[in-house]
Write a protein that binds this ligand. Structure first.
Ligand SMILES: O=C(O)CCC(=O)C(=O)O
Length: 231
């Protein structure tokens, strides 16, 4: 067994400072999202909303280490352009199966550690949110997620996709679908991004790897799975 890596989970508890070009600075919150979410206008019709996880929900270093240990042993397989490849990160669904790229990530029961995050998301953001998908990124393995739009089949139409970042800061990068441009948002420990359904259709999102990274990040994504629709 490997010795624990001391440098993991270096958490910076600073407030977000958004590095989005002035042209796209926050304009206004659009209903139905709560007014305490900060709206970042991406184009005239689409926003990404953001906030910081409330202090009582912030996971301690010990809790983060426990969460890290939950990652599966194997990398999930993806089919990209007809080829089966291993994803460059670990992934696990909790509460609801997650179907993507022709595969099904069979859900495990939601662990007690994650229940407060799901509960908060439902109570504060959208009561339809019902399932979690975690991604574990280890900079030592150059983990990342490439540009993609979340598949909407199996999701409740109109419900947002929530991403909670834990651990090392990364960049959450958006690009307009079939157009040029990049919008970067710092995904710090405790950052919460709320992506409206329509924003997911109009923009890709990704979490790139850069050589400056040396720690570990976990993203807790919260979605509204349509139990009646199934696969
Ligand atoms: O890790 C993240 O912040 C994004 C995860 C993601 O894009 C996904 O699960 O589809």
């Amino acid at each position: 067994m490997n010795a624990p890596r001391r440098r993991s989970f270096a958490i910076r508890a600073s407030l977000p400072s958004w590095r989005v070009s002035d042209k796209f600075r926050s304009v206004s919150a659009q209903l139905p999202f709560p007014s305490w979410l900060k709206a970042h206008q991406l184009d005239p019709a689409h926003c990404l909303y953001a906030t910081q996880l409330p202090e009582p929900l912030a996971l301690s270093r010990d809790a983060l280490r426990q969460l890290w240990e939950l990652h599966p042993a194997e990398f999930p397989e993806l089919t990209i352009h007809g080829r089966v490849v291993k994803a460059p990160r670990w992934q696990q669904a909790y509460g609801r199966d997650y179907r993507f790229s022709g595969r099904v990530n069979r859900a495990l029961p939601v662990p007690a550690l994650l229940e407060p995050l799901l509960g908060w998301s439902k109570e504060q953001l959208d009561p339809r949110l019902n399932g979690l998908v975690l991604n574990w990124y280890d900079a030592a393995h150059e983990h990342y997620i490439g540009p993609h739009r979340d598949k909407t089949k199996g999701l409740i139409r109109g419900a947002p996709i929530v991403t909670i970042s834990l651990g090392e800061e990364r960049v959450f990068r958006l690009r307009p679908w079939k157009a040029t441009g990049v919008l970067d948002f710092p995904a710090r420990h405790g950052a919460v991004f709320v992506m409206p359904f329509e924003t997911n259709q109009a923009f890709t999102h990704e979490v790139p790897h850069f050589t400056r990274y040396e720690g570990r990040r976990i993203s807790v994504t919260v979605r509204a799975f349509d139990d009646l629709q199934g696969a």
